[in-house]
Every structure is written in structure tokens, then in C-alpha cells.
Ligand binder design. Structure first.
Ligand SMILES: Nc1nc2c(ncn2[C@@H]2O[C@H](COP(=O)(O)OP(=O)(O)OP(=O)(O)O)[C@@H](O)[C@H]2O)c(=O)[nH]1
Ligand SMILES: [Mg+2]
Ligand SMILES: [Zn+2]
Length: 332
């Protein structure tokens, strides 16, 4: 990763540490004796040593402290919490996760992003520039977490003006791989009903580059809750991060939810083994057993059936190029 990113990471930690110190001075966790019966909730958003928790029965949201040594709860985590007489809560325990989407974090191994989801919506757009390698990185991570991936091509209104051909040529690639693909426009509500149908009854997250329109899609999906959504900054067209913490939106009619996450520029995969990366490329699978060498890396070996399939136009050149980029970046 670039030096600039390292600095940013360090700065972020310093800010988080300062916030924690400030919280310690002003707020004190409630005393045990004052607390209500334990109730179950789901983490909506996490801020340092506090989190917003939605109680599952009454659908009421509470700001809670996190008990020390609790672990690292993220949106989607089911927790047990108690309230003090002022409705200030304390999270005491976390339930086991059914699934977790992670990303590597410097100094910390991997970091959970979201828990208990079954599908990931990878949001892309013609602006900021579409990156097929970032999309493929996400597809590898989603496959590795054994989750379902759907690809959203948002800002479809802009495709007519900017790089229309470039984006439209992407659709058949990903459709042929079997990924559901949706065209949306958060500005004129194109595809929003279809998206809403796909989200119902399921636990999902929006991921993707900063500025592709994840929060705007949330605004379109929950127009009645607009006050709950951070106002979308026009500056984010420049790639600035408007969303600073992941946030869960609960569908009250059922147990479904969608998590809005902050945009990323890079999505590192250096926590994965080379075979995890290969298995993230679904169309490679039928060819793997016929490479000449058992330990073929499918980059430049003679007798590689993946390279042959690319030459025979059975595997898209772009996908193989991205595979090579991802695998080689891993070794750095
Ligand atoms: N033309 C057009 N603009 C859109 C569309 N969706 C979002 N935008 C604009 O794109 C910009 C970024 O939108 P956001 O919703 O903040 O993007 P985001 O993915 O949440 O960004 P981060 O929170 O930084 O990750 C805003 O200026 C939106 O108004 C769309 O479908 N069409
Ligand atoms: Mg956002
Ligand atoms: Zn090979």
C-alpha cells in the first residue's frame, strides 16, 4: 500500500484514540445494579467504545457502551444488552456469527466489516472511473466469505455521456459468469423497485468505491427515513468519503436489513492464499485440473489450460489480466 495510505491509517487511529479519551472523561458506563433485564438487539453502527443498537422486539434504537473484552461488534452482529434508568445501554455479550465479511487491516490481521449477511451488493458507476480490478477483488472476497454477490451498475443516467461503451461492455462479462447484474439510477429511481425486491427478506451490504452512490441508493430505498441518512455531499464526486461508519437499515416488516458502508479506494486481499484467489474466479474452475503442472499459478506456465482458454476466447482476457494483477500484488 502507498505511504500516504499508511499515514492516513495512523492518523485515523490517533483520532479514534482521542475520541475514546474524550468519551472516558465525559461519559461513564452505567453501574451494574441499576440495569434492566437483558434484551436482544442488533448492532446498527459502531463508534469507538459505543454503538447504536436496535432492540429486536420493540424496534427501538439505543446508544450503548460496549463492555470491555467484548470483541469487535460490527453492524449485523446480534448482541445482548441492558439499559440504565436513562435508557443508556451497555452491550454485554455478542452472539455467534453466521457469516462475516472481512478486510485486511494493518497491524490487526483482518478486520470484520459486517456480520450475519448473506449477500453483498457491489456498487459500481461510470464516475468515479469504473475499475474492473476492484470489482474482481470484491468478487474474490465475497466468494471467500461464502456469500452471494450481485453487481450494481449505478448512475446509469451518466452512462449515456461518460464511457458508455466501456461500462456497457462490462455487463455481458459479469452476466455470463452468472452474477446477477442490476442497472440503477439513484437520481431518477431506475431499477430501485427491482433492487428493493432483491433486498427484502435478506441481510445484505452495499460495498464499492467512494462516490459510486451507495448512500444515495439507500436514500432512494428509504425515502421516508431520509433524516436518518447522512446528507449526500456533492463533493463526493471527487472521491471524498462522505460515509464515515457503516450503518445498518432494518426492514421492519421482516428480518431483512441493508448496511451502507464507507467507500474504499483499494480492497486488499493479502490475507488470502493463492488458491482462495483462484477459486474466486468462477469461470476458471472447469479448467484447473488439466494444467500441465499441479502447482500451476496460471500466469506464465507452459501447458496452462487457463491461458489456453483465454487464447480460445473461453475466458475473458480482462478477467485473466485482473487475476494476474491480484495474484502478483499479493506477493509484494
Ligand atoms: N448522476 C447521478 N449521480 C448520482 C447517482 N447516485 C449518486 N449520485 C451522486 O454521486 C455522488 C456520490 O454519492 P454517494 O451516495 O455519497 O456515494 P457513496 O458511494 O455513498 O460514497 P461514500 O460514502 O464516500 O462511499 C453524489 O453527488 C450523488 O448525488 C446516480 O444514479 N446518478
Ligand atoms: Mg456513502
Ligand atoms: Zn494453469
Amino acid at each position: 500500500m502507498a505511504k500516504r495510505d499508511k499515514l492516513t491509517h495512523r492518523q485515523k487511529r490517533q483520532v479514534a484514540q482521542k475520541q475514546r479519551q474524550r468519551l472516558k472523561k465525559t461519559d461513564k458506563p452505567p453501574e451494574l445494579s441499576d440495569l434492566s433485564e437483558a434484551r436482544d438487539g442488533i448492532i446498527i453502527s459502531r463508534f469507538g467504545e459505543q454503538a447504536d443498537v436496535l432492540s429486536l422486539g420493540e424496534h427501538q434504537q439505543y446508544r450503548c457502551f460496549l463492555r470491555q473484552n467484548l470483541g469487535a461488534p460490527v453492524p449485523g452482529d446480534k448482541v445482548s444488552f441492558r439499559l440504565d434508568p436513562n435508557n443508556q445501554g451497555i452491550v454485554e455479550a455478542m452472539y455467534e456469527r453466521n457469516s462475516v465479511l472481512t478486510r485486511p487491516a494493518q497491524h490487526q490481521g483482518v478486520k470484520p466489516i459486517v456480520a450475519n449477511i448473506e449477500q453483498v451488493f457491489i456498487v459500481t458507476a461510470p464516475l468515479p472511473d469504473f475499475s474492473s480490478v476492484l470489482l474482481d477483488r470484491y468478487l474474490v472476497a465475497v466468494n471467500n466469505a461464502q456469500l452471494k454477490a450481485t453487481i450494481i451498475f449505478n448512475k446509469w443516467d451518466l452512462c449515456a455521456e461518460i464511457s458508455a461503451q466501456a461500462i456497457e461492455s462490462q455487463l455481458p462479462i459479469y452476466q455470463s459468469l452468472g452474477y446477477p447484474v442490476l442497472k440503477t439510477c439513484a437520481k431518477n429511481n431506475l431499477g430501485i423497485n427491482e433492487l428493493s425486491e432483491k433486498l427484502k427478506n435478506s441481510q445484505s451490504i452495499f460495498v464499492g468505491q467512494s462516490g459510486v452512490g451507495k448512500s444515495s441508493l439507500i436514500n432512494s430505498l428509504f425515502p421516508q427515513q431520509e433524516s436518518l441518512v447522512n446528507k449526500v455531499s456533492e463533493n463526493s464526486r471527487l472521491g471524498q468519503h462522505t460515509t464515515t461508519a457503516s450503518k445498518l437499515f432494518f426492514f421492519e416488516q421482516n428480518d431483512g436489513f441493508i448496511v451502507d458502508s464507507p467507500g474504499v479506494r483499494e480492497f486488499g486481499l493479502w490475507h488470502l492464499e493463492p488458491e482462495d484467489i483462484v477459486s474466486g474466479f468462477v469461470e476458471f474452475q472447469p479448467y484447473l485440473s488439466t494444467c500441465k503442472f499441479r502447482d500451476c499459478s496460471h500466469i506464465n506456465e507452459p501447458g496452462c489450460s487457463i491461458i489456453q482458454a483465454v487464447k480460445d476466447n473461453k475466458i475473458y482476457q480482462q478477467r485473466w489480466n485482473n487475476y494476474c494483477k491480484i495474484l502478483l500484488a499479493k506477493d509484494k
